[in-house]
Ligand binder design. Structure first.
Ligand code: CP
Ligand code: NVA
Length: 291
């Protein structure tokens, strides 16, 4: 079984994964041998801090091993992606890949005999959403009926949040400038170009970079369009009292979020980052059918 987008998974699987993540987080010694002699191969076509570190440290915690394969230091661009991925799958028990087009992670999955996890593509970031759901559950209890407002660029992180939150019964409200709406749609989704409208009654206010990796050419245009979509103190004040502030990181302080908000009591960004490891470890155990 591959984990390429949350669309392929039902509510039950996501809830089981979150439950297992809670158990792991509370008691790693119980799982210290769970992935003994197992190897995760990590293919990176883009840079990373959290994804690499959380997967690699996570494998160590479960008694396994991770190999970092940076695309420029390997032969992924000399040989065909399918051939190179086939070879990696002969050595590894599971693969995680961070790619540009979603089709690239699909090619890797087709060529692989072992499960493949999407560690971010231009379209989706499902591991991030899994960690975010774990974080919201920790802070707010039940996910059902809660409202997440996403303000900014309708990107990969936004798409995965729409899918994951909707599957777990949350309402999602997304405010983007016109022309930057997310590709994903859902019956629980409200779209607007007014950040204040999106955050009204929100339990969680979420933002991400205005310029994702691979889109650097759009920077100049976006810097003119996006400033009114900054999450600042004034916008947070329009959300529900006690609303969380979330960001997948890396954050561009002073652009999509003010220092005051990301450093405030409402901000749970480092819990999100930590939860990447626990959520992904649970996911790996489930994909490998260890738990
Ligand atoms: N949030 C996230 O995926 O961070 P990195 O790009 O640093 O891995
Ligand atoms: N949307 C961002 C997320 C980084 C974790 C990007 O794709 O660059």
């Amino acid at each position: 079984m591959n984990f390429l987008t949350l669309k392929d998974f039902d509510k039950g699987f996501l809830e089981e994964t979150l439950d297992l993540a809670v158990k792991l987080k509370a008691n790693y010694p119980n799982y210290a041998q769970s992935l003994k002699n197992k190897t995760l191969a990590m293919i990176f076509m883009k840079t990373s801090t959290r994804t690499r570190t959380s997967f690699e440290a996570g494998m160590t915690k479960l008694g396994g091993h991770a190999i970092f394969l940076e695309s420029k230091a390997t032969n992924f661009t000399l040989g065909s992606l399918a051939d190179e991925a086939s070879c990696v799958s002969r050595y590894a028990d599971i693969i995680m890949a961070r790619v540009f087009a979603q089709e690239q992670v699909e090619v890797i999955a087709k060529s692989s005999d072992v499960p493949v996890i999407n560690g971010l593509s231009d379209s989706f970031h499902p591991c991030q959403t899994l960690a975010d759901l774990l974080t919201i559950q920790e802070k707010k209890g039940d996910l059902d009926g809660k409202k997440l407002a996403y303000v900014g660029d309708g990107n990969n992180v936004c798409n995965s949040l729409i899918v994951g939150c909707s599957k777990l019964g949350m309402d999602v409200s997304v405010a983007t400038p016109k022309g930057f709406e997310p590709a994903e749609k859902s019956s629980n989704l409200q779209l607007t170009s007014d950040p204040a409208e999106a955050v009204a009654e929100a339990d969680v206010v979420y933002t991400d970079t205005w310029v994702s990796m691979g889109q650097e050419k759009e920077t100049e245009e976006k810097m003119k369009i996006f400033p009114t979509f900054q999450v600042n103190k004034e916008l947070m004040a329009k959300a529900k009292l006690g609303a969380l502030f979330m960001h997948c990181l890396p954050a561009h302080r002073g652009l999509e979020v003010s220092d005051q908000v990301i450093d405030s009591e409402a901000s749970v960004v480092f819990d999100q980052a930590e939860n990447r490891m626990h959520a992904q470890n649970a996911l790996i155990l489930k994909l490998l059918e260890v738990e």
